[in-house]
Design a protein around this ligand. Structure first.
Ligand SMILES: *Cc1c(COP(=O)(O)O)cnc(C)c1O
Length: 395
């Protein structure tokens, strides 16, 4: 019998029964180790042969044991994938993908709306490795004219960071595949509600730090693919880089995954209520969230997504400097990076972060990103209302 995704997510890490007692705890414990012991040499040899064949087997702590496999299955279930490698953070997963797919002399096309640290990865690492990156506007630029003979990968994020620019993934993937490119996309926003692999992407990356864990107390990332050739490359690179992931962090992420659907539906309901309040407020210029009906990405969101979440940005009818007073005045929204935990957060977006972002059309206005947490929504709206009152009246 095939079950719905929510049911699967709850039962993936059921602990097996102990043959001596015929009993078990509900969930797998955190299986911590460096060394894996084998019953005899023949068992070791069989395992090594499977590993040489590209299978993910238990050989050493670096690849993880049962706890890690269970979380890999969570990500495969979420992404409709069949191969997953974990990393110590979302950014480490992005790094793993670039290193797995590209080599010196290659060119990569990167959408200009990506998570900011990807630009730092380019400046700090890709340039030194003689891998050239072109940042392009997915809505304005013609992909066909940007692809060169040495272009190997299209790297996307949909919706993009900060302004939630929704992309036409099937269209971009089809174009890239006509030129033989690998399409990798950051699906952190789309955790649980968007499946890039089903829409045509080859690799999906998720920062489990955000909604999968959901409690703002660890960093973890995942790379998921359905392509055997890429799976082999990613597996090899993970061993080469030597990154390990704490079983305890994996275990906490498994615990988070059990309430993922429930939490996301509530984050989305709350964000909807907050947006209804903000949309009518004279000091708010616009809401950036593809789930919001006035967002230009709403049509694509309806076509390609199965739900919404608690992340949105707003522009205010004031300067970025004026908006700092609004941010400081909020009491329930913590000032901080990241999102996806149970709590509300606010990020004052620096105008510099939007400079290279072609989707940004409201020059001079302030942008603030909000993560709508699980606090009582009336309290959140009241907090936003009182903080907006410190802003100057729009001219
Ligand atoms: C947070 C985030 C990441 C990075 O995740 P970390 O685990 O913090 O390294 C990557 N992409 C997006 C879109 C994110 O929001």
């Amino acid at each position: 019998m095939t079950h719905h995704r929510d049911t699967k997510l709850l039962h993936i890490d059921s602990a097996p029964f102990d043959p001596l007692t015929d009993s078990a705890p509900v969930s797998l414990p955190s299986v911590r180790t460096s060394t894996v012991r084998f019953k005899n040499l023949s068992a070791l040899e069989k395992t090594l042969a499977k590993r040489a064949d590209g299978q993910r087997v238990f050989t050493y702590g670096i690849g993880g044991l049962q706890t890690h496999r269970a979380l890999e299955e969570v990500f495969n279930t979420l992404e409709n994938g069949n191969y997953c490698v974990l990393s110590g953070s979302g950014l480490a997963s992005i790094h793993l993908v670039f290193m797995s797919v590209l080599k010196a002399g290659d060119h990569v096309l990167i959408s200009d709306n990506v998570y900011g640290p990807v630009r730092n990865l380019n400046d700090t690492l890709l340039k030194r490795l003689n891998i050239e990156a072109t940042f392009f506007s997915p809505s304005k630029d013609d992909l066909d004219t940007l692809i060169r003979p040495n272009t190997k990968m299209l790297y996307l994020e949909s919706p993009g960071s900060l302004l939630m620019e929704m992309l036409d993934l099937p269209d971009l993937c089809a174009k890239a595949h006509r030129h033989g490119l690998v399409v990798a996309t950051d699906n952190t926003w789309g955790t649980y509600i968007y499946q890039p692999l089903t829409l045509g992407a080859d690799i999906s990356i998720i920062a489990g730090t955000k909604y999968v864990n959901g409690h703002s107390d660890l960093l973890i990332g995942a790379v998921v693919t359905n392509r055997d050739d890429l799976a082999g490359q990613i597996n090899q690179m993970q061993y080469a880089l030597g990154n390990s992931i704490s079983a305890d962090d994996v275990w906490l992420s498994l615990r988070g995954a059990k309430t993922l659907g429930l939490r996301l539906r509530e984050h989305a309901n709350q964000a909807r209520r907050v947006s209804e309040f903000l949309a009518t407020h004279p000091k708010v210029s616009r809401i950036y969230d593809p789930a919001w009906p006035d967002d230009p990405g709403h049509g694509l969101w309806r076509r390609d997504c199965s739900g919404a979440n608690g992340l949105l940005s707003i522009s205010l009818n004031c300067t970025p400097t004026d908006a700092k007073a609004f941010v400081d005045r909020l009491t329930l929204f913590g000032i901080g990076f990241s999102w996806g935990g149970f709590e509300s957060l606010v990020q004052w977006v620096s105008p510099a972060a939007l400079t290279n972002h072609h989707y940004w059309q409201e020059q001079g206005k302030a942008v603030v990103r909000l993560h709508i947490g699980l606090e009582n929504v009336e309290d959140l709206i009241a907090d936003l209302d009182q903080a907006l009152s410190v802003l100057p009246d729009p001219a």
